[in-house]
Design a protein around this ligand. Structure first.
Ligand code: JF5
Length: 240
Protein backbone atom coordinates (compact mmCIF):
# COMPACT_ATOMS: atom_id res chain seq x y z
CA UNK A 1 0.00 0.00 0.00
CA UNK A 2 1.11 3.55 -0.69
CA UNK A 3 0.14 6.38 1.68
CA UNK A 4 0.65 10.02 0.66
CA UNK A 5 0.53 12.76 3.29
CA UNK A 6 0.24 16.48 2.53
CA UNK A 7 1.20 18.80 5.43
CA UNK A 8 2.95 22.04 6.35
CA UNK A 9 4.80 20.07 9.10
CA UNK A 10 6.48 17.13 7.35
CA UNK A 11 9.00 16.87 10.21
CA UNK A 12 6.24 15.61 12.53
CA UNK A 13 6.10 12.25 10.75
CA UNK A 14 9.50 10.52 10.52
CA UNK A 15 10.10 9.43 14.15
CA UNK A 16 6.58 8.06 14.61
CA UNK A 17 6.70 6.21 11.29
CA UNK A 18 9.97 4.49 12.27
CA UNK A 19 8.67 2.95 15.50
CA UNK A 20 6.81 -0.25 16.26
CA UNK A 21 4.40 -2.03 13.96
CA UNK A 22 4.34 0.78 11.37
CA UNK A 23 8.15 1.06 11.27
CA UNK A 24 8.49 -2.68 10.71
CA UNK A 25 5.75 -2.73 8.05
CA UNK A 26 7.62 0.00 6.16
CA UNK A 27 10.97 -1.78 6.43
CA UNK A 28 9.28 -4.95 5.15
CA UNK A 29 7.81 -3.07 2.19
CA UNK A 30 4.16 -3.62 3.19
CA UNK A 31 3.51 0.10 3.18
CA UNK A 32 5.27 3.05 1.61
CA UNK A 33 4.60 6.42 3.25
CA UNK A 34 5.48 9.61 1.36
CA UNK A 35 5.24 12.89 3.26
CA UNK A 36 4.88 15.98 1.07
CA UNK A 37 5.42 19.58 2.16
CA UNK A 38 2.37 21.64 1.18
CA UNK A 39 4.61 24.73 0.84
CA UNK A 40 6.38 23.08 -2.11
CA UNK A 41 3.09 23.67 -3.95
CA UNK A 42 2.79 27.41 -3.33
CA UNK A 43 3.35 30.03 -6.03
CA UNK A 44 4.67 33.06 -4.10
CA UNK A 45 8.08 33.87 -2.64
CA UNK A 46 6.72 33.71 0.94
CA UNK A 47 5.31 30.21 0.30
CA UNK A 48 1.93 31.29 1.67
CA UNK A 49 -0.62 28.59 2.42
CA UNK A 50 -3.28 30.62 4.28
CA UNK A 51 -5.36 33.75 3.99
CA UNK A 52 -8.02 35.72 5.86
CA UNK A 53 -11.54 34.24 5.91
CA UNK A 54 -14.11 35.70 3.51
CA UNK A 55 -16.93 37.13 5.62
CA UNK A 56 -14.48 38.20 8.31
CA UNK A 57 -13.65 36.73 11.69
CA UNK A 58 -10.54 35.75 13.56
CA UNK A 59 -7.68 33.60 12.36
CA UNK A 60 -6.65 32.30 8.99
CA UNK A 61 -7.98 29.73 6.55
CA UNK A 62 -5.86 27.38 4.44
CA UNK A 63 -6.20 28.29 0.77
CA UNK A 64 -7.34 25.66 -1.76
CA UNK A 65 -4.59 26.27 -4.36
CA UNK A 66 -1.67 24.49 -2.65
CA UNK A 67 -3.80 21.45 -1.73
CA UNK A 68 -5.09 21.09 -5.31
CA UNK A 69 -1.57 21.54 -6.73
CA UNK A 70 -0.12 18.99 -4.30
CA UNK A 71 -2.73 16.33 -5.10
CA UNK A 72 -2.44 16.98 -8.84
CA UNK A 73 1.34 16.47 -8.63
CA UNK A 74 0.83 13.21 -6.71
CA UNK A 75 -1.71 12.03 -9.29
CA UNK A 76 -3.32 9.40 -7.04
CA UNK A 77 -5.17 6.63 -8.94
CA UNK A 78 -8.70 7.75 -9.92
CA UNK A 79 -11.19 6.62 -7.27
CA UNK A 80 -8.55 6.16 -4.54
CA UNK A 81 -9.50 7.80 -1.24
CA UNK A 82 -8.35 11.36 -0.58
CA UNK A 83 -9.02 12.02 3.09
CA UNK A 84 -9.18 15.44 4.69
CA UNK A 85 -8.55 15.16 8.44
CA UNK A 86 -10.85 17.65 10.08
CA UNK A 87 -13.07 18.11 13.13
CA UNK A 88 -16.03 18.30 10.69
CA UNK A 89 -15.52 14.77 9.39
CA UNK A 90 -17.26 11.51 10.20
CA UNK A 91 -15.70 9.95 13.28
CA UNK A 92 -12.99 7.47 12.23
CA UNK A 93 -13.80 3.91 13.32
CA UNK A 94 -12.32 0.43 12.87
CA UNK A 95 -14.75 -0.02 9.96
CA UNK A 96 -13.15 2.95 8.14
CA UNK A 97 -9.71 1.50 8.88
CA UNK A 98 -10.74 -1.88 7.44
CA UNK A 99 -12.07 -0.27 4.26
CA UNK A 100 -9.03 1.96 3.79
CA UNK A 101 -6.69 -1.02 4.31
CA UNK A 102 -8.16 -2.60 1.13
CA UNK A 103 -6.90 0.29 -1.03
CA UNK A 104 -3.72 0.43 -3.12
CA UNK A 105 -3.22 4.16 -2.48
CA UNK A 106 -4.40 6.45 0.30
CA UNK A 107 -3.90 10.23 0.36
CA UNK A 108 -4.17 12.18 3.62
CA UNK A 109 -4.56 15.97 3.71
CA UNK A 110 -3.69 17.77 6.97
CA UNK A 111 -5.27 21.10 7.86
CA UNK A 112 -4.12 23.74 10.34
CA UNK A 113 -5.20 27.23 11.53
CA UNK A 114 -8.96 27.89 11.78
CA UNK A 115 -9.68 25.43 9.00
CA UNK A 116 -9.39 24.60 5.32
CA UNK A 117 -11.23 26.26 2.43
CA UNK A 118 -14.43 24.24 1.97
CA UNK A 119 -13.62 23.63 -1.73
CA UNK A 120 -10.89 21.22 -0.59
CA UNK A 121 -13.49 19.15 1.31
CA UNK A 122 -16.09 19.40 -1.48
CA UNK A 123 -14.06 19.10 -4.69
CA UNK A 124 -10.67 17.56 -3.87
CA UNK A 125 -11.11 15.22 -0.89
CA UNK A 126 -13.33 12.16 -1.34
CA UNK A 127 -14.03 11.97 2.38
CA UNK A 128 -13.55 13.93 5.58
CA UNK A 129 -12.57 12.11 8.80
CA UNK A 130 -12.32 13.24 12.41
CA UNK A 131 -10.44 11.20 15.02
CA UNK A 132 -12.71 12.28 17.84
CA UNK A 133 -14.50 15.10 19.53
CA UNK A 134 -11.71 17.20 20.95
CA UNK A 135 -9.70 20.16 19.71
CA UNK A 136 -6.28 19.51 18.21
CA UNK A 137 -3.99 22.00 16.48
CA UNK A 138 -3.79 20.28 13.12
CA UNK A 139 -4.49 17.18 11.08
CA UNK A 140 -0.97 15.73 11.44
CA UNK A 141 -1.50 13.67 14.60
CA UNK A 142 -4.92 12.53 13.32
CA UNK A 143 -3.19 11.46 10.06
CA UNK A 144 -0.56 9.47 12.01
CA UNK A 145 -3.37 7.76 13.87
CA UNK A 146 -5.10 6.77 10.62
CA UNK A 147 -1.77 5.49 9.22
CA UNK A 148 -1.25 3.35 12.33
CA UNK A 149 -4.78 1.90 12.40
CA UNK A 150 -4.70 1.10 8.65
CA UNK A 151 -1.13 -0.25 8.47
CA UNK A 152 -1.61 -2.78 11.28
CA UNK A 153 -4.44 -4.34 9.23
CA UNK A 154 -2.19 -5.05 6.22
CA UNK A 155 -1.47 -8.78 5.88
CA UNK A 156 1.81 -9.59 7.67
CA UNK A 157 2.04 -6.28 9.56
CA UNK A 158 1.23 -7.76 12.95
CA UNK A 159 3.42 -10.80 13.71
CA UNK A 160 1.99 -14.12 14.82
CA UNK A 161 2.29 -14.09 18.57
CA UNK A 162 1.20 -10.45 18.64
CA UNK A 163 -1.79 -11.58 16.67
CA UNK A 164 -4.47 -10.96 19.25
CA UNK A 165 -6.02 -9.06 16.30
CA UNK A 166 -9.48 -10.66 16.59
CA UNK A 167 -9.35 -10.13 20.36
CA UNK A 168 -8.54 -6.43 20.27
CA UNK A 169 -11.08 -4.02 21.61
CA UNK A 170 -13.10 -2.78 18.63
CA UNK A 171 -12.57 -5.77 16.33
CA UNK A 172 -15.20 -7.76 18.22
CA UNK A 173 -17.01 -4.52 19.00
CA UNK A 174 -16.41 -5.15 22.71
CA UNK A 175 -13.77 -3.80 25.07
CA UNK A 176 -10.92 -6.18 25.84
CA UNK A 177 -10.95 -8.23 29.05
CA UNK A 178 -8.36 -7.38 31.75
CA UNK A 179 -4.85 -8.77 31.16
CA UNK A 180 -2.31 -9.88 33.78
CA UNK A 181 1.25 -11.18 33.78
CA UNK A 182 3.75 -12.29 36.45
CA UNK A 183 4.01 -12.02 39.38
CA UNK A 184 0.74 -13.64 40.55
CA UNK A 185 0.77 -11.31 43.56
CA UNK A 186 2.19 -7.80 43.30
CA UNK A 187 2.20 -5.47 46.36
CA UNK A 188 -0.66 -7.49 47.79
CA UNK A 189 -2.73 -7.32 44.60
CA UNK A 190 -3.60 -10.80 43.34
CA UNK A 191 -4.27 -11.99 39.80
CA UNK A 192 -7.81 -13.46 39.50
CA UNK A 193 -7.61 -17.14 40.51
CA UNK A 194 -9.30 -18.47 37.39
CA UNK A 195 -6.40 -17.25 35.20
CA UNK A 196 -3.99 -19.48 37.18
CA UNK A 197 -6.34 -22.49 37.13
CA UNK A 198 -5.31 -23.97 33.78
CA UNK A 199 -9.02 -24.50 33.03
CA UNK A 200 -9.12 -23.03 29.51
CA UNK A 201 -12.90 -23.18 29.16
CA UNK A 202 -13.37 -21.39 32.50
CA UNK A 203 -10.79 -18.78 31.47
CA UNK A 204 -12.57 -18.15 28.15
CA UNK A 205 -15.92 -17.78 29.98
CA UNK A 206 -14.41 -15.37 32.52
CA UNK A 207 -12.80 -13.24 29.80
CA UNK A 208 -15.99 -13.04 27.79
CA UNK A 209 -17.95 -12.02 30.87
CA UNK A 210 -15.39 -9.32 31.72
CA UNK A 211 -15.52 -7.97 28.16
CA UNK A 212 -19.29 -7.77 28.25
CA UNK A 213 -19.41 -6.19 31.73
CA UNK A 214 -16.71 -3.64 30.96
CA UNK A 215 -18.34 -2.66 27.69
CA UNK A 216 -21.69 -2.24 29.39
CA UNK A 217 -20.19 -0.12 32.18
CA UNK A 218 -17.71 1.99 30.21
CA UNK A 219 -18.99 2.07 26.63
CA UNK A 220 -22.69 1.14 26.58
CA UNK A 221 -22.85 2.88 23.16
CA UNK A 222 -20.81 -0.03 21.70
CA UNK A 223 -23.16 -2.80 22.87
CA UNK A 224 -25.86 -2.26 20.24
CA UNK A 225 -23.47 -3.06 17.36
CA UNK A 226 -21.38 -5.70 19.19
CA UNK A 227 -21.38 -9.41 18.38
CA UNK A 228 -23.48 -10.86 21.21
CA UNK A 229 -25.33 -14.16 21.43
CA UNK A 230 -29.08 -14.02 22.16
CA UNK A 231 -28.32 -15.32 25.66
CA UNK A 232 -25.73 -12.59 26.25
CA UNK A 233 -28.21 -9.93 25.11
CA UNK A 234 -30.72 -11.11 27.70
CA UNK A 235 -28.01 -11.17 30.37
CA UNK A 236 -26.94 -7.60 29.58
CA UNK A 237 -30.54 -6.42 29.76
CA UNK A 238 -31.01 -8.09 33.18
CA UNK A 239 -27.77 -6.89 34.77
CA UNK A 240 -28.34 -3.29 33.68
C1 JF5 B 1 -7.51 20.70 12.17
C2 JF5 B 1 -8.12 22.99 10.95
C3 JF5 B 1 -7.83 20.66 10.84
O1 JF5 B 1 -7.85 17.15 12.05
C4 JF5 B 1 -8.38 17.53 13.04
C5 JF5 B 1 -9.19 16.65 13.88
C6 JF5 B 1 -9.53 15.38 13.54
N1 JF5 B 1 -10.26 14.94 14.54
N2 JF5 B 1 -10.41 15.83 15.46
C7 JF5 B 1 -9.76 16.92 15.10
O2 JF5 B 1 -8.23 18.79 13.44
C8 JF5 B 1 -7.16 19.45 12.82
C9 JF5 B 1 -7.52 21.83 12.90
C10 JF5 B 1 -7.84 23.00 12.29
C11 JF5 B 1 -8.14 21.81 10.22
Amino acid sequence: MKINVVTIFPEMFAPTLEAGVVGRARRNGLVQVEVHDLREHTADKRRTVDDAPFGGGPGMVMAPGPFFAAVESLAPPPGSPIVLLSPQGQVFTQTHAERLAQEQTLTLLCGRYEGVDERVAQHLATMELSVGDYVVSGGEIPALLVIDAVTRLLPGAVGRGEEAVGDDSHTSGLLQHPQYTRPPEFRGYAVPEVLLSGDHAAIARWRREQSLRRTQQRRPDLLAAADLTAEERVLMREEG
